[in-house]
Design a binder for this molecule. Sequence first.
Ligand SMILES: C[S@@+](CC[C@H](N)C(=O)[O-])C[C@H]1O[C@@H](n2cnc3c(N)ncnc32)[C@H](O)[C@@H]1O
Length: 246
Amino acid sequence: MGKNKLAKFAEMATFDHVIQAPYNKHDHHDHELKGKWSSNFFKNDDPIILELGCGKGEYSVALAEFFPDRNFVGVDIKGARMWRGAKQAYEKGVRNVGFIRTNIEIVDTFFAAGEVDEIWLTFPDPQMKKHTKRLTSTNFMERYKRFLKPNGIIHLKTDSNFQYQYTLAMVQENGLNILAQTDDLYASSLLDDVLSIQTFYEKQWRERGLLIKYLAFQLDPNKPLREPDVEIEKDPYRSFGRSARE
Ligand SMILES: C[S@@+](CC[C@H](N)C(=O)[O-])C[C@H]1O[C@@H](n2cnc3c(N)ncnc32)[C@H](O)[C@@H]1O
């Protein structure tokens, strides 16, 4: 591991707004904050919103600044990326944002039923080969249902036509309520200050001329879900090299 990464990890360990509990170090029990984020972490009763796969935490920090009366938690497994957002929040004195370094597969061990109001999925890897790894598959929706409030909102922002079409199919298969949808956000009347926040990956994809898609829908925790059986054309550009992997 590089010296730079080690320094970032060491600094992360000093932040009290960062919880580090990756799967390989997790004791497979519920985290002590489960059901207690309001009382023990944020120390207020404001709504809790997650960004899953937050990378450098741009959305989490920007949303927290934009909505001081809501709480945000960015979740990702990559500590060196997360360090960026965690440090920025610390330096700016943004108190309504926290981070968990863990695997999204076990995110339900951190939050209790009804504890979370909304989830943002910002530029998730589309996982075109295996739907069970896709963050908008029913596999993950079943996990989100365990802690999302009834009719809680899921926001998906993506460059990937595959991810967008697949998620639309999943939503339609299950009769979920769509709140907003566009396959070209920047040409759409939906664009506002919140949807204009740009993550690291969004900037990269836009520089390559890709259109940004956005979908917001409600998930009903009481309704069983069916995985859609659909063939979707794969994104042709996914073999492009990506820069600045950390
Ligand atoms: C393509 S990046 C997008 C990052 C950020 N949202 C952005 O737009 O810049 C996907 C992120 O999701 C994280 N990720 C993907 N699958 C994950 C999983 N199962 N558990 C935790 N993090 C995951 C990766 O570590 C990566 O940082």
